[in-house]
Design a protein around this ligand. Structure first.
Ligand code: PAF
Length: 281
């Protein structure tokens, strides 16, 4: 497995690849877990060559967020990826990706108005910026993203459609710990009590989905989620929303044709976790 640290080397590597190859790209920020492993495995299975990018992208973090303390361990990540049959890691420095202050800002319209887009102003701009850079540099035919970041996935799918990137976005299912917590690089921040209470997210989504036939309005679902919150005193809710799973807009009813989707984000101490689940059959 090659580890490529700069853009000139990536361009040389890319030029040598057979033009008929299917090339999978798995963009990550490192601190890899089973969820990332599943993305890499899917790419290795479905493509002739897989490149995993590892880059903690500063432009998607707000000023008071965890950019500095975000976990970084390239050696450990590389061991995992080599074992999965990944062909190359692209792990550039910040200076390499952003040699100058960026002059372009992505003003994302409707898809950015709710959820993490609303809670983390500028976050999705940073994601779209770095993902566009990676798409241009790596030129994959297929790009793999986890559905835990559901809004991110929808925005990237729309970016690819609107800007005619010649590649297919492959959304991959959320991978969970045995007790249901969605896997996330940020789970390592949680202490024992926070880890226990983090189950608020997946348990609430599962409970709503299990009782789906009992709910006749979005209000009822929201009230149920807020009641569940009472059982988890360490949890500070950021948002709980039921939205159209395609457009991420508000719903007028739970009609299945709107593809109702449950979204949740909460803080455990300083750690912000997110989760989501389709509502309905
Ligand atoms: O989902 C992530 O890990 C990041 O947002 C991504 C897509 C790698 C862009 O930095």
């Amino acid at each position: 497995m090659d580890i490529i640290r700069n853009i000139p080397d990536l361009r040389i590597y890319r030029k040598k690849i057979n033009p008929n190859f299917r090339i999978g790209l798995v963009p990550t920020m490192g601190a890899l877990h089973e969820g990332h492993a599943t993305l890499a495995q899917a790419s290795v299975k479905e493509n002739d060559l897989t490149i995993v990018s590892i880059f903690v992208n500063p432009t998607q973090f707000g000023p008071n967020e965890d950019f500095e303390r975000y976990p970084r361990d390239l050696e450990k990540d590389a061991r995992m990826l080599a074992g999965l049959g990944v062909d190359a890691i692209f792990a550039p420095s910040t200076q390499e990706v952003y040699p100058a202050k960026a002059q372009f800002y992505f003003d994302i319209k409707d898809l950015d108005q709710k959820l993490c887009g609303a809670s983390r102003p500028g976050h999705m701009n940073g994601v779209v910026q770095v993902v566009s850079i990676l798409f241009h540099l790596v030129q994959p035919t297929h790009a793999y993203f986890g559905l835990k970041d559901y809004q991110q996935c929808r925005i990237i799918q729309t970016l690819v459609e609107e800007l005619h990137f010649p590649l297919e976005v492959v959304p991959c299912p959320i991978i969970r710990e045995e007790d249901g917590l969605a896997m996330s690089s940020r789970n390592v921040y949680l202490n024992r009590e926070e880890r226990e209470q983090a189950l608020f997210l997946s348990q609430t989504l599962n409970a709503i989905q299990a009782r789906r036939s009992e709910f006749s309005s979005i209000n009822e679902i929201q009230n149920f989620a807020l009641k569940e919150l009472d059982k988890f005193p360490l949890v500070k809710l950021d948002y709980f929303e039921v939205l159209n799973g395609k457009t991420l807009e508000d719903l007028s009813s739970l009609d299945p044709s709107f593809q109702p989707h449950l979204f949740i984000a909460a803080y455990l101490g300083k750690t912000r976790l997110i989760d989501n689940m389709a509502f309905g059959d």
